[in-house]
Design a protein around this ligand. Structure first.
Ligand code: ZN
Length: 482
């Protein structure tokens, strides 16, 4: 690790808001349309056009701000951020600068059982830029094309305080933030597709010393990349400081293939952007009644739900976190658990089997999972009451997933009911003992592991339908008499 140095990390997260239309015009925000089919003179930056603020985007921003404990600024204002880039036709981006939508929040995270509170500096609204599509790689492209469908899509930027100390904390903060925006339904949280993006500022300092030179890292499009990039930077900066090398204030890009950060450009400063209040938009004056209405409509947030899962269903911290990673998955678990006498077993099935076939953060996939929550509860009941073994249950789950049928229908049709009758199993056990006389000798000579082999043979002979408990006691009884 970094030894004598303390790591100081701040994260800037951009989240695309799930509004139907863009931030300042009526164009559709639907992803995946043919290039430049969702544009108009406003989002193409034609002279003489005027922007209009998307009310829903403002409400989404306020809702998120309240969920991360921010103070909403009733008076806030948009500003122009000037820079040139071919994906931005106006040559300025409408953002917020000195008077953002919300300030001074926090998000509580937990890493290895230790709780930490990460401060949130601000939350502001802005518009996204277009997308450049290079012919080939950026370095060798002979030409590039631009798609303005994304230009003007509402973005929310959430800036943390430099309170994060490790890459694990950065990961926990991001996961926490992502869970919140997904729960609120304001962003789909998809980092791979770019609807949630993260930039990091990282510097090292001697413990208790002055802040070091800050490096910005971009281009990390997954939680894993964020952690890897930060770990790489911590090592790189530690080595530089130890060898007396000067750390340059710059922007670096994470290259996931080479697993390293590479220098992109020297860092620009806020004053380079020549911010000034957007003259085409009035200041926003948000009525306190609207803020209160949005506060009252907040759903149960992931942290509260996690806590309730631990108390009500006695899940451990890890299981509670995984089960609440999305609203859909948490709802699925609760729906199944309410019909079951063993919520812990339900949790195991959800976390191991359901998550094997459905991504836990994909709300749509969870809702359309062929194994309905009530049917999962039914499957667990069949194990609980001894009708089927755990091993058979896994096969039944596969069949439920493929057919959408309930467990009992499959078990009855295919005759999978567990054989727990000692009389019926006795003959099978006798056969196995006779067939494996050598193993029986080993067992009698003290090789206790041989018992497991014999149990396995009985299970095999009954196609997994024997009750393992009954098989174990039958074997123990018969072996003691041999
Ligand atoms: Zn437009």
């Amino acid at each position: 690790m970094s030894g004598a140095y303390e790591v100081v990390i701040g994260l800037e997260v951009h989240a695309q808001l799930l509004t139907r239309t863009k931030m300042f015009c009526g164009c559709s925000t639907v992803f995946g349309a043919a290039p430049n089919t969702q544009t108009c003179p406003v989002c193409q930056g034609m002279p003489g056009t005027l922007p209009v603020i998307n009310r829903r985007a403002v409400e989404f921003g306020i809702t998120t701000a309240l969920a991360i404990n921010c103070t909403v600024n009733a008076d806030n204002r948009f500003a122009r951020k000037h820079y040139y880039y071919p994906d931005m036709p106006k040559n300025y981006q409408i953002s917020q600068y000195e008077e953002p939508l919300a300030v001074h929040g926090h998000l509580d995270i937990e890493v290895d059982g230790a709780a930490r509170r990460i401060g949130i500096e601000r939350l502001h609204l802005e518009e996204d830029v277009g997308k450049l599509i290079h012919e080939g790689s950026l370095e060798t492209a002979q030409s590039s094309q631009v798609d303005f469908n994304r230009a003007g899509v509402p973005l929310m930027e959430i800036v943390s305080k430099p309170d994060i100390r490790t890459s694990e904390e950065a990961g926990a903060y991001l996961r926490g933030l992502r869970a919140i925006v997904v729960y609120l339904g304001v962003c789909d949280g998809n980092m791979e597709e770019g609807s949630m993006r993260c930039d990091a500022n990282i510097s090292l300092r001697l413990h208790g010393g002055e802040l070091g030179t800050k490096v910005e890292v971009k281009n990390m499009n997954s939680f894993r990349n964020v952690q890897h990039a930060l770990e790489y930077e911590i090592k790189r900066q530690t080595r530089a400081l130890e060898t007396g090398e000067r750390i340059v204030q710059e922007t670096r890009l994470w290259d996931p293939d080479k697993a390293q950060t590479v220098s992109m450009r020297s860092k620009e400063f806020a004053h380079d952007y020549r911010y000034f209040p957007e003259p085409d938009l009035p200041p926003l004056n948000i009525e306190p009644a609207l803020i209160e209405r949005l506060r009252e409509s907040l759903p149960e947030l992931p942290a509260a739900r996690r806590q309730r899962f631990r108390e009500v269903y006695v899940l451990n911290a890890h299981d509670a976190e995984v089960a609440t990673q999305s609203r859909g998955l948490a709802d699925y678990f609760e729906e199944a658990a309410k019909d079951s006498s063993n919520p812990k077993a339900i949790a195991n099935w959800v976390l191991n089997e359901v998550l094997r076939v459905v991504p836990g953060d994909d709300e749509k996939a969870i809702r359309s999972c062929p194994v309905k929550p009530a049917n999962l509860a039914g499957l667990v009941t069949l194990i609980e009451d001894g009708t089927i073994s755990g091993k058979i249950a896994k096969d039944v789950f596969e069949k439920m997933y493929r057919s959408g049928e309930d467990a009992r229908t499959i078990v009855l049709r295919e005759g999978l009911t567990q054989v727990a009758d000692a009389g019926a199993l006795g003959a099978v056990v006798d056969g196995v003992l006779a067939e494996h006389a050598k193993v029986v000798e080993d067992y009698k000579a003290g090789k206790k592991a041989a018992l497991g082999f014999l149990v396995g043979q009985v299970m095999k002979a009954t196609a997994g339908k024997a009750s393992p408990g009954v098989v174990n006691s039958l074997l123990a009884e018969k072996l003691s008499k041999l």
